[in-house]
Design a binder for this molecule. Structure first.
Ligand code: ATP
Length: 346
Protein backbone atom coordinates (compact mmCIF):
# COMPACT_ATOMS: atom_id res chain seq x y z
CA UNK A 1 0.00 0.00 0.00
CA UNK A 2 1.25 3.50 -0.80
CA UNK A 3 1.33 6.21 1.87
CA UNK A 4 -2.27 7.05 2.67
CA UNK A 5 -3.41 10.56 1.80
CA UNK A 6 -4.43 12.71 4.77
CA UNK A 7 -7.49 13.86 2.79
CA UNK A 8 -10.34 11.44 3.47
CA UNK A 9 -11.29 9.22 0.54
CA UNK A 10 -14.94 9.94 1.29
CA UNK A 11 -16.48 12.59 3.52
CA UNK A 12 -20.18 13.00 4.27
CA UNK A 13 -21.16 16.37 5.65
CA UNK A 14 -24.66 16.29 7.17
CA UNK A 15 -25.95 14.08 4.37
CA UNK A 16 -29.66 13.22 4.32
CA UNK A 17 -31.70 11.24 1.80
CA UNK A 18 -35.41 11.27 2.49
CA UNK A 19 -38.03 9.42 0.43
CA UNK A 20 -41.23 11.21 1.45
CA UNK A 21 -41.67 10.41 5.14
CA UNK A 22 -38.87 7.80 5.13
CA UNK A 23 -35.55 9.14 6.42
CA UNK A 24 -33.37 6.52 4.66
CA UNK A 25 -30.24 8.49 5.60
CA UNK A 26 -30.48 11.21 8.22
CA UNK A 27 -27.91 14.00 8.77
CA UNK A 28 -24.94 11.70 8.47
CA UNK A 29 -21.32 12.73 9.07
CA UNK A 30 -18.75 10.18 7.99
CA UNK A 31 -15.10 9.97 6.97
CA UNK A 32 -13.53 7.00 5.20
CA UNK A 33 -9.71 7.05 5.29
CA UNK A 34 -7.66 6.66 2.10
CA UNK A 35 -6.72 3.01 1.54
CA UNK A 36 -8.94 1.46 4.18
CA UNK A 37 -11.32 -1.46 3.96
CA UNK A 38 -14.48 0.07 5.34
CA UNK A 39 -17.71 -1.78 6.15
CA UNK A 40 -21.20 -0.36 6.35
CA UNK A 41 -22.97 -2.85 8.61
CA UNK A 42 -26.59 -2.82 9.70
CA UNK A 43 -29.98 -4.48 9.49
CA UNK A 44 -32.17 -4.38 6.40
CA UNK A 45 -33.52 -0.90 5.73
CA UNK A 46 -30.95 0.94 7.86
CA UNK A 47 -29.66 3.08 4.97
CA UNK A 48 -26.43 1.35 3.91
CA UNK A 49 -27.27 0.85 0.23
CA UNK A 50 -28.63 4.39 -0.04
CA UNK A 51 -25.25 5.69 1.21
CA UNK A 52 -23.40 3.53 -1.30
CA UNK A 53 -25.66 4.69 -4.15
CA UNK A 54 -25.04 8.32 -3.22
CA UNK A 55 -21.26 7.79 -3.24
CA UNK A 56 -21.54 6.13 -6.66
CA UNK A 57 -23.76 8.94 -7.96
CA UNK A 58 -26.79 6.73 -8.68
CA UNK A 59 -28.70 8.77 -6.12
CA UNK A 60 -28.38 12.33 -4.79
CA UNK A 61 -28.63 13.62 -1.22
CA UNK A 62 -31.78 15.53 -0.26
CA UNK A 63 -29.41 17.80 1.69
CA UNK A 64 -25.74 17.87 2.70
CA UNK A 65 -22.57 17.26 0.69
CA UNK A 66 -20.39 14.30 -0.30
CA UNK A 67 -16.66 14.78 -0.93
CA UNK A 68 -14.38 12.39 -2.84
CA UNK A 69 -10.74 13.14 -1.95
CA UNK A 70 -11.72 16.70 -1.07
CA UNK A 71 -13.81 17.37 -4.19
CA UNK A 72 -17.53 18.03 -3.72
CA UNK A 73 -19.13 15.37 -5.96
CA UNK A 74 -22.68 15.73 -4.64
CA UNK A 75 -23.97 16.85 -8.02
CA UNK A 76 -21.62 14.99 -10.37
CA UNK A 77 -23.00 12.14 -12.54
CA UNK A 78 -21.59 8.63 -11.85
CA UNK A 79 -19.22 8.64 -14.86
CA UNK A 80 -17.44 11.77 -13.61
CA UNK A 81 -16.53 10.15 -10.26
CA UNK A 82 -13.48 7.92 -9.90
CA UNK A 83 -15.61 5.26 -8.25
CA UNK A 84 -16.64 1.78 -9.38
CA UNK A 85 -19.23 -0.60 -7.98
CA UNK A 86 -19.35 -4.39 -7.68
CA UNK A 87 -22.94 -5.58 -7.34
CA UNK A 88 -24.16 -8.70 -5.58
CA UNK A 89 -25.46 -10.21 -8.84
CA UNK A 90 -22.11 -9.37 -10.57
CA UNK A 91 -23.90 -7.81 -13.60
CA UNK A 92 -21.53 -9.52 -16.09
CA UNK A 93 -22.36 -9.43 -19.81
CA UNK A 94 -23.42 -13.03 -20.57
CA UNK A 95 -22.59 -12.93 -24.30
CA UNK A 96 -19.01 -11.68 -23.71
CA UNK A 97 -16.14 -13.86 -22.58
CA UNK A 98 -14.26 -13.21 -19.34
CA UNK A 99 -11.46 -11.22 -21.03
CA UNK A 100 -13.91 -8.92 -22.83
CA UNK A 101 -16.00 -8.46 -19.70
CA UNK A 102 -12.90 -7.34 -17.79
CA UNK A 103 -11.69 -5.13 -20.67
CA UNK A 104 -15.09 -3.44 -21.12
CA UNK A 105 -14.20 -0.22 -19.27
CA UNK A 106 -10.99 0.13 -21.29
CA UNK A 107 -12.81 -0.44 -24.61
CA UNK A 108 -15.23 2.38 -23.74
CA UNK A 109 -12.21 4.61 -23.09
CA UNK A 110 -10.71 3.49 -26.44
CA UNK A 111 -7.53 2.16 -24.85
CA UNK A 112 -5.43 0.43 -27.62
CA UNK A 113 -5.75 -3.35 -27.92
CA UNK A 114 -2.16 -4.18 -26.83
CA UNK A 115 -2.52 -2.16 -23.65
CA UNK A 116 -5.95 -3.72 -22.99
CA UNK A 117 -4.59 -7.26 -23.31
CA UNK A 118 -1.71 -6.47 -20.97
CA UNK A 119 -3.98 -5.00 -18.31
CA UNK A 120 -6.55 -7.80 -18.58
CA UNK A 121 -3.70 -10.29 -18.02
CA UNK A 122 -2.61 -8.36 -14.92
CA UNK A 123 -6.17 -8.43 -13.60
CA UNK A 124 -6.61 -12.16 -14.31
CA UNK A 125 -3.41 -12.70 -12.39
CA UNK A 126 -4.63 -10.55 -9.49
CA UNK A 127 -7.88 -12.46 -9.10
CA UNK A 128 -6.25 -15.85 -9.79
CA UNK A 129 -8.13 -16.60 -13.01
CA UNK A 130 -5.22 -17.06 -15.42
CA UNK A 131 -6.32 -19.18 -18.38
CA UNK A 132 -10.03 -18.27 -18.01
CA UNK A 133 -10.08 -15.34 -20.50
CA UNK A 134 -12.02 -17.17 -23.22
CA UNK A 135 -14.71 -18.70 -21.02
CA UNK A 136 -18.25 -17.32 -20.88
CA UNK A 137 -19.69 -16.27 -17.48
CA UNK A 138 -22.11 -19.23 -17.65
CA UNK A 139 -19.08 -21.57 -17.60
CA UNK A 140 -17.86 -20.22 -14.25
CA UNK A 141 -18.68 -20.97 -10.62
CA UNK A 142 -20.21 -18.29 -8.37
CA UNK A 143 -16.85 -17.49 -6.78
CA UNK A 144 -15.16 -17.20 -10.19
CA UNK A 145 -17.89 -14.84 -11.47
CA UNK A 146 -17.40 -12.72 -8.39
CA UNK A 147 -13.68 -12.46 -9.18
CA UNK A 148 -14.41 -11.43 -12.77
CA UNK A 149 -16.73 -8.70 -11.49
CA UNK A 150 -13.95 -7.54 -9.18
CA UNK A 151 -11.35 -7.53 -11.96
CA UNK A 152 -13.70 -5.58 -14.23
CA UNK A 153 -14.27 -2.98 -11.52
CA UNK A 154 -10.56 -2.63 -10.70
CA UNK A 155 -9.11 -2.41 -14.22
CA UNK A 156 -9.83 1.32 -14.46
CA UNK A 157 -7.94 1.93 -11.19
CA UNK A 158 -10.83 3.70 -9.47
CA UNK A 159 -9.94 5.71 -6.37
CA UNK A 160 -12.73 4.03 -4.43
CA UNK A 161 -14.36 0.63 -4.98
CA UNK A 162 -17.87 0.12 -3.69
CA UNK A 163 -19.10 -3.40 -3.01
CA UNK A 164 -22.78 -4.07 -2.34
CA UNK A 165 -23.15 -7.36 -0.43
CA UNK A 166 -20.38 -8.74 -2.67
CA UNK A 167 -20.39 -12.26 -1.24
CA UNK A 168 -24.13 -12.52 -0.61
CA UNK A 169 -24.77 -15.08 -3.37
CA UNK A 170 -22.05 -17.52 -2.28
CA UNK A 171 -22.40 -20.50 0.04
CA UNK A 172 -20.79 -20.28 3.48
CA UNK A 173 -17.51 -22.08 2.71
CA UNK A 174 -16.82 -20.14 -0.47
CA UNK A 175 -17.89 -16.96 1.26
CA UNK A 176 -15.31 -17.46 4.00
CA UNK A 177 -12.60 -18.21 1.43
CA UNK A 178 -13.52 -15.13 -0.62
CA UNK A 179 -13.47 -12.94 2.51
CA UNK A 180 -9.79 -13.74 2.94
CA UNK A 181 -9.05 -13.31 -0.79
CA UNK A 182 -10.92 -10.03 -1.09
CA UNK A 183 -8.97 -8.61 1.82
CA UNK A 184 -5.67 -9.79 0.29
CA UNK A 185 -6.56 -8.23 -3.09
CA UNK A 186 -7.46 -4.94 -1.40
CA UNK A 187 -4.09 -4.88 0.38
CA UNK A 188 -2.28 -5.54 -2.92
CA UNK A 189 -4.02 -2.80 -4.91
CA UNK A 190 -4.20 -0.31 -2.00
CA UNK A 191 -7.54 1.11 -3.21
CA UNK A 192 -10.16 2.26 -0.68
CA UNK A 193 -12.87 -0.43 -0.49
CA UNK A 194 -16.28 0.37 0.98
CA UNK A 195 -18.60 -2.56 1.33
CA UNK A 196 -22.15 -3.02 2.50
CA UNK A 197 -23.14 -6.06 4.50
CA UNK A 198 -25.66 -7.17 7.10
CA UNK A 199 -23.33 -10.01 8.13
CA UNK A 200 -21.44 -9.01 11.28
CA UNK A 201 -18.94 -11.86 11.01
CA UNK A 202 -18.06 -10.78 7.48
CA UNK A 203 -17.59 -7.17 8.58
CA UNK A 204 -15.38 -8.22 11.49
CA UNK A 205 -13.27 -10.55 9.31
CA UNK A 206 -12.52 -8.13 6.48
CA UNK A 207 -12.69 -4.54 7.69
CA UNK A 208 -10.20 -2.05 9.01
CA UNK A 209 -13.17 -0.09 10.39
CA UNK A 210 -16.90 -0.66 10.61
CA UNK A 211 -19.81 1.82 10.69
CA UNK A 212 -22.86 0.30 12.37
CA UNK A 213 -26.07 1.69 10.83
CA UNK A 214 -29.46 1.90 12.48
CA UNK A 215 -32.46 3.75 11.05
CA UNK A 216 -30.53 6.05 8.75
CA UNK A 217 -27.93 6.99 11.34
CA UNK A 218 -24.56 5.62 12.39
CA UNK A 219 -24.57 4.29 15.95
CA UNK A 220 -20.81 3.67 16.11
CA UNK A 221 -17.69 3.73 13.96
CA UNK A 222 -14.59 1.82 15.00
CA UNK A 223 -12.22 -1.06 14.41
CA UNK A 224 -13.77 -4.54 14.64
CA UNK A 225 -12.25 -4.97 18.11
CA UNK A 226 -13.59 -1.61 19.32
CA UNK A 227 -17.07 -2.36 18.03
CA UNK A 228 -17.05 -5.84 19.53
CA UNK A 229 -15.31 -5.13 22.83
CA UNK A 230 -16.70 -1.65 23.47
CA UNK A 231 -20.16 -1.38 21.90
CA UNK A 232 -21.38 2.21 22.29
CA UNK A 233 -25.07 1.35 22.54
CA UNK A 234 -27.42 -1.49 23.35
CA UNK A 235 -28.22 -1.71 19.64
CA UNK A 236 -24.57 -2.25 18.65
CA UNK A 237 -24.05 -4.74 21.49
CA UNK A 238 -27.04 -6.75 20.26
CA UNK A 239 -26.38 -6.50 16.54
CA UNK A 240 -22.68 -7.33 16.55
CA UNK A 241 -22.31 -10.71 18.20
CA UNK A 242 -24.29 -11.98 21.15
CA UNK A 243 -24.33 -9.82 24.22
CA UNK A 244 -25.79 -9.83 27.69
CA UNK A 245 -27.36 -6.56 28.75
CA UNK A 246 -27.59 -5.99 32.48
CA UNK A 247 -29.49 -3.07 34.01
CA UNK A 248 -31.24 -1.90 37.17
CA UNK A 249 -30.58 -3.48 40.55
CA UNK A 250 -28.31 -6.24 39.23
CA UNK A 251 -26.14 -3.72 37.37
CA UNK A 252 -25.91 -1.67 40.56
CA UNK A 253 -24.77 -4.65 42.57
CA UNK A 254 -22.02 -5.41 40.07
CA UNK A 255 -20.79 -1.94 39.14
CA UNK A 256 -22.24 0.38 41.79
CA UNK A 257 -24.33 2.15 39.14
CA UNK A 258 -27.68 1.19 37.64
CA UNK A 259 -26.54 2.22 34.15
CA UNK A 260 -26.96 -0.64 31.67
CA UNK A 261 -23.80 -2.54 30.77
CA UNK A 262 -23.02 -5.32 28.31
CA UNK A 263 -20.88 -8.38 28.86
CA UNK A 264 -20.00 -10.88 26.11
CA UNK A 265 -20.89 -14.57 26.74
CA UNK A 266 -17.30 -15.79 26.22
CA UNK A 267 -15.96 -13.39 28.86
CA UNK A 268 -18.00 -15.05 31.61
CA UNK A 269 -16.50 -17.96 33.50
CA UNK A 270 -18.86 -20.58 34.88
CA UNK A 271 -17.70 -21.69 38.33
CA UNK A 272 -19.04 -23.86 41.11
CA UNK A 273 -21.40 -22.19 43.60
CA UNK A 274 -18.89 -22.24 46.47
CA UNK A 275 -15.99 -20.83 44.42
CA UNK A 276 -14.34 -17.69 45.83
CA UNK A 277 -14.29 -14.60 43.62
CA UNK A 278 -10.79 -14.28 42.09
CA UNK A 279 -8.96 -10.94 42.46
CA UNK A 280 -10.03 -8.30 39.92
CA UNK A 281 -13.19 -10.22 39.07
CA UNK A 282 -16.84 -9.69 39.92
CA UNK A 283 -19.28 -12.52 40.49
CA UNK A 284 -22.97 -13.33 40.54
CA UNK A 285 -24.80 -16.41 41.82
CA UNK A 286 -27.07 -18.15 39.38
CA UNK A 287 -28.88 -21.32 38.33
CA UNK A 288 -28.26 -23.05 35.00
CA UNK A 289 -31.61 -23.07 33.19
CA UNK A 290 -30.54 -24.49 29.86
CA UNK A 291 -27.51 -26.14 28.23
CA UNK A 292 -26.94 -26.35 24.50
CA UNK A 293 -24.04 -28.56 23.45
CA UNK A 294 -22.60 -27.27 20.15
CA UNK A 295 -19.56 -29.52 19.67
CA UNK A 296 -16.80 -26.90 19.68
CA UNK A 297 -18.37 -25.10 22.63
CA UNK A 298 -21.40 -25.16 24.90
CA UNK A 299 -23.91 -22.37 25.44
CA UNK A 300 -25.42 -22.06 28.91
CA UNK A 301 -28.41 -19.98 29.93
CA UNK A 302 -27.95 -18.92 33.54
CA UNK A 303 -30.61 -17.14 35.59
CA UNK A 304 -29.17 -14.67 38.07
CA UNK A 305 -30.90 -12.56 40.74
CA UNK A 306 -33.64 -10.29 39.45
CA UNK A 307 -34.79 -12.90 36.95
CA UNK A 308 -32.14 -11.86 34.40
CA UNK A 309 -30.91 -14.61 32.05
CA UNK A 310 -27.25 -14.45 31.01
CA UNK A 311 -25.79 -16.40 28.09
CA UNK A 312 -22.41 -17.98 28.87
CA UNK A 313 -20.25 -19.69 26.27
CA UNK A 314 -17.42 -22.04 27.17
CA UNK A 315 -15.14 -24.04 24.92
CA UNK A 316 -15.37 -27.81 25.40
CA UNK A 317 -11.68 -28.13 26.21
CA UNK A 318 -11.91 -31.04 28.62
CA UNK A 319 -15.63 -31.56 28.93
CA UNK A 320 -17.79 -34.06 27.04
CA UNK A 321 -21.44 -33.65 26.09
CA UNK A 322 -22.40 -35.78 29.12
CA UNK A 323 -20.43 -33.52 31.50
CA UNK A 324 -21.97 -30.30 30.25
CA UNK A 325 -25.54 -31.55 30.03
CA UNK A 326 -25.41 -32.73 33.67
CA UNK A 327 -24.92 -29.11 34.80
CA UNK A 328 -28.51 -28.21 33.95
CA UNK A 329 -30.43 -27.16 37.09
CA UNK A 330 -27.29 -26.70 39.20
CA UNK A 331 -26.37 -23.63 41.22
CA UNK A 332 -23.29 -21.89 39.84
CA UNK A 333 -21.23 -18.77 40.28
CA UNK A 334 -20.46 -16.55 37.29
CA UNK A 335 -17.22 -14.57 37.26
CA UNK A 336 -15.90 -12.01 34.85
CA UNK A 337 -13.16 -9.45 34.79
CA UNK A 338 -14.18 -5.94 35.80
CA UNK A 339 -12.64 -4.50 32.62
CA UNK A 340 -14.68 -6.73 30.34
CA UNK A 341 -17.95 -4.92 30.80
CA UNK A 342 -18.96 -2.09 28.53
CA UNK A 343 -21.37 0.60 29.63
CA UNK A 344 -23.99 1.27 27.02
CA UNK A 345 -26.92 3.64 26.64
CA UNK A 346 -30.32 2.16 27.36
P1 ATP B 1 -30.78 -3.84 2.79
O1 ATP B 1 -29.72 -4.49 3.65
O2 ATP B 1 -32.10 -4.54 2.89
O3 ATP B 1 -30.34 -3.56 1.40
P2 ATP B 1 -30.22 -1.07 3.53
O4 ATP B 1 -29.66 -0.86 4.89
O5 ATP B 1 -29.25 -1.06 2.40
O6 ATP B 1 -31.09 -2.40 3.49
P3 ATP B 1 -31.60 1.00 2.11
O7 ATP B 1 -31.80 0.18 0.87
O8 ATP B 1 -30.60 2.07 2.07
O9 ATP B 1 -31.32 0.05 3.35
O10 ATP B 1 -33.03 1.61 2.49
C1 ATP B 1 -33.24 2.50 3.59
C2 ATP B 1 -34.69 2.89 3.67
O11 ATP B 1 -35.04 3.71 2.55
C3 ATP B 1 -35.66 1.72 3.64
O12 ATP B 1 -36.73 2.00 4.51
C4 ATP B 1 -36.13 1.68 2.21
O13 ATP B 1 -37.42 1.13 2.10
C5 ATP B 1 -36.11 3.15 1.84
N1 ATP B 1 -35.86 3.37 0.39
C6 ATP B 1 -34.73 3.07 -0.27
N2 ATP B 1 -34.82 3.40 -1.58
C7 ATP B 1 -36.04 3.94 -1.74
C8 ATP B 1 -36.78 4.48 -2.86
N3 ATP B 1 -36.21 4.56 -4.06
N4 ATP B 1 -38.03 4.94 -2.63
C9 ATP B 1 -38.59 4.87 -1.41
N5 ATP B 1 -37.96 4.38 -0.31
C10 ATP B 1 -36.71 3.91 -0.47
Amino acid sequence: MTNPSSTPAIRFNQVSRHFGEVKAVDQLDLEVIDGEFFAMLGPSGSGKTTCLRMIAGFDRPTSGSIYLYGQDVSNLPPYERSVNTVFQDYALFPHMNVGDNIAYGLMIKKVPKDERTKRVDEMLDLVQLKGFALRKPSQLSGGQRQRVALARALINHPKVLLLDEPLGALDLKLRQQMQVELKAIQKRVGITFIFVTHDQEEAITMSDRIAVFNQGKIEQIGTPAEIYERPASAFVAGFVGTSNLVSGEVAKRVTGSDQTFSIRPEKIHLGTSNEATPAGMVSLDGVVRDVIYLGLYTRYLVEVAGGIDLVVVEQNLKTTSMDVLSIKGQKVKLHWHKDHISRVGA
